[in-house]
Design a protein around this ligand. Structure first.
Ligand SMILES: [Zn+2]
Length: 240
């Protein structure tokens, strides 16, 4: 990556920094400007990392900046195609950020629909948004736990397939001892079938995923459970 900025990038950065300077209190303007600087690495001429840029240039901590960018993204997400033209404030947007992107609009619409009216307009409060978000998260967690329990209870599906393979090995052995099985390459066949047996063993659900906790878990591919070998290598502090 070239550290120098092109003329248009320089201009772009200047404009974005003006926006931040003039709207430091608006999470939407700042969140948007910061997210562009981050994505396009416009900080790269003066700073090695985005974090350094934020703390030196703006005295903003990493967590503050990411929260602001997240809140801006939520606000963008629920401002399009919704049933209402109300926008969440920063606190509400940060609350909404806890639910998956495709559910944020639904939760926000519900908050607006349930809000008490003031001067003919719904007055959504932070407490109310938090309540609806918590409810949405509990429901989701419940579904998730059910799914994990179901998978772990179905381990026997794998065991029964493994038994079938063991039985098959015995049957092929017997066949190889008859004239009909003269050309069976027993050793090779047995190795292949034992590999298949192992393959099943290492693919079976074994324990709840210790890395989980939210969407997008790369370890369990969002299944909520892991195999024996992944479980074995999960740091003990994480296993449940
Ligand atoms: Zn996981």
């Amino acid at each position: 990556m070239v550290t120098d900025l092109s003329t248009s990038e320089k201009k772009h950065l200047e404009n974005l920094e003006d926006v931040i300077n003039n709207h430091i209190d608006s999470f939407i303007s700042c969140g948007k400007a910061l997210s562009i600087i981050w994505k396009r690495k416009l900080y790269r001429k003066t700073h090695k990392t985005f974090d350094e840029y934020c703390s030196e240039k703006w005295q903003l901590s990493r967590s503050h900046v990411y929260r602001q960018i997240e809140a801006f993204k939520v606000s963008e997400n629920v401002s399009h195609g919704g049933q209402n033209d109300h926008k969440p404030n920063e606190r509400q947007a940060r609350e909404l950020a806890k639910v998956p992107v495709d559910k944020q609009q639904e939760v926000w619409d519900l908050a607006v629909a349930e809000a008490p009216e003031k001067n003919g307009k719904p007055k959504v409060t932070g407490v109310q948004v938090k309540k609806i978000v918590d409810k949405a998260l509990t429901l989701k967690r419940g579904e998730y736990t059910d799914r994990v329990a179901q998978a772990l209870a179905s381990k026997s599906e794998f065991a029964s397939k493994q038994q079938q393979i063991s039985k098959l090995i015995q049957e092929i052995k017997a066949l190889s001892q008859t004239p009909l099985g003269t050309f069976i390459k027993l050793q090779q066949l047995e190795t292949d079938l034992r590999n298949a047996w192992q393959g099943l063993k290492f693919a079976a659900p074994f324990a709840p995923c210790g890395y989980c906790g939210q969407d997008g878990c790369k370890v369990c591919h969002n299944q909520g459970w892991v195999t024996r070998s992944i479980h074995k290598f999960t740091p003990s502090g994480l296993t449940k």
